[in-house]
Design a protein around this ligand. Structure first.
Ligand SMILES: [Zn+2]
Length: 316
């Protein structure tokens, strides 16, 4: 049974918002498309695996969670976590094409593409071992000790593993079904009650990592961002506030709710709270009262009084 279905990484939308508000000449700009490309490739691999999981008829009860963000000795995020009667199973999905070689001492994954380009990645086998350890520590907080299995799945048909890693199960996507079926060869260690207990613990966990404003993550000064309200029709940033609406000087369209997106962009990129002054700066407003009306009507929660007033999103 799928309890947390696949969903694409929301961080991509935030990175795109950041790119829109940076000049292409900015020193940090080139990092963003690279990061978006890597995340989308990862998402694609996870989606392919998800489709397989959806279609599978396993000979045992299972609970499937996509992207579990958990915290033990440190924060960690699992591509898939599956509760089975034979223990917990972690699926670490990789969507890396070309000829792949796991090297040891130091451990890494070396990719050789058809054009001869070589790229090195952190070793997925090490990653998986670390996740298994962290997950065992996570459950120890609840006095639960259970077998934790793990497998690295290469999702693309265009991956060719020349040299595998020792001690970790590594499979292609088309081997998933038999791998999951073969779990029954292990002793069944979890009762139905154990499985329900673990399921409840995981369902109570927050579903995504805490949001860190992206300008902090990328060390970008606030003044480097393009300020202003974005026009939904043409993408221009810097709509003019006119009576009861926003006006785009580029495409001449108006949109009375255009500021809502700009405020959510502010929270995503800049800071977790906003004051009247910060709102005026970011939305390019010169009227304190107008900013006050906008902030009061944007489904935000108000904190503090008079000059110390600030607002936060209602879901925080
Ligand atoms: Zn426009």
């Amino acid at each position: 049974m799928i309890l947390k279905p696949y969903s694409p990484t929301k961080y991509v939308a935030r990175l795109s918002e950041l790119a829109e508000r940076l000049s292409p000449q900015h020193p940090q700009y080139s990092r963003i498309p690279k990061e978006i490309g890597a995340i989308k490739a990862g998402d694609y691999g996870e989606e392919i695996v998800y489709k397989e999981l959806e279609q599978m008829k396993l000979p045992y009860q299972s609970y499937i969670f996509h992207k579990m963000f958990l915290y033990a000795e440190c924060a960690f995020e699992l591509d898939y976590l599956i509760i089975t009667p034979y223990g917990i199973l972690i699926l670490e999905v990789k969507n890396i094409i070309g000829e792949l070689e796991f090297s040891t001492n130091p451990s890494q994954l070396i990719q050789r593409k058809d054009d001869g380009k070589i790229t090195k990645y952190p070793c997925p086998a090490n990653q998986l071992n670390e996740y298994k350890y962290q997950l065992s520590q996570f459950f120890l907080q609840y006095n639960i000790s259970i077998p934790i299995h793990g497998v690295v799945i290469f999702a693309s048909r265009n991956s060719f593993i020349k040299q595998s890693a020792n001690g970790v199960k590594i499979i292609y996507r088309n081997e998933m079904r038999s791998y999951l079926r073969n779990l029954t060869k292990n002793n069944s260690t979890l009762s139905k009650d154990n499985m329900e207990q673990i399921k409840e613990i995981l369902l109570r966990r927050p579903s995504s990592p805490p949001t860190i404003p992206l300008i902090d993550h990328f060390s970008i000064p606030m003044e480097d961002l393009k300020h202003g309200v974005k026009c939904k029709s043409c993408g221009f940033i810097g709509m003019h506030k006119i009576i009861r609406t926003w006006y785009c000087p580029t495409c001449k369209k108006t949109n009375s709710k255009a500021h809502l997106k700009a405020i959510s962009t502010y929270f995503s990129l800049c800071k977790g709270s906003i004051t009247n002054q910060e709102c005026r700066d970011f939305l390019l407003l010169n009227n304190r009262n107008e900013a006050k009306i906008i902030l009061s009507n944007s489904e935000l929660v108000k904190y503090g009084k008079s000059s110390t007033t600030y607002y936060k999103p209602s879901h925080n």
